[in-house]
Each structure stands twice: as structure tokens, then as C-alpha cells.
Design a protein around this ligand. Sequence first.
Ligand SMILES: [Zn+2]
Length: 51
Amino acid sequence: MIYACDSCHFLFSRTAPAKQCPDCGKESIREATKEEIQEFEQRINANLWDE
Ligand SMILES: [Zn+2]
């Protein structure tokens, strides 16, 4: 599942349920929207091209 943080807008993927944002440590995370999931996947593809 892809999660989004409402505090810092960090997007991250976890297979297990997550409670805290790995970036800012706050518990203001929620399931990412379809748009955010697309953004997340595009970022992964962009990172691959940077290598
Ligand atoms: Zn955060």
C-alpha cells in the first residue's frame, strides 16, 4: 500500500500497516490517493533514469 503524510507530503510504500511517517516521524499519515500513487510511481521511474 502507498501512504501519504499530511504533515510533509512524503509518499512511501509499506506492505505492513504503517503508523508513522518515516520522513518527519509524525502520525498524520493516510492512504495515498490515486493521483499521489501515480506521482509516487513516476518518481520511482524518474529515479531509475537518473542512474
Ligand atoms: Zn511526514
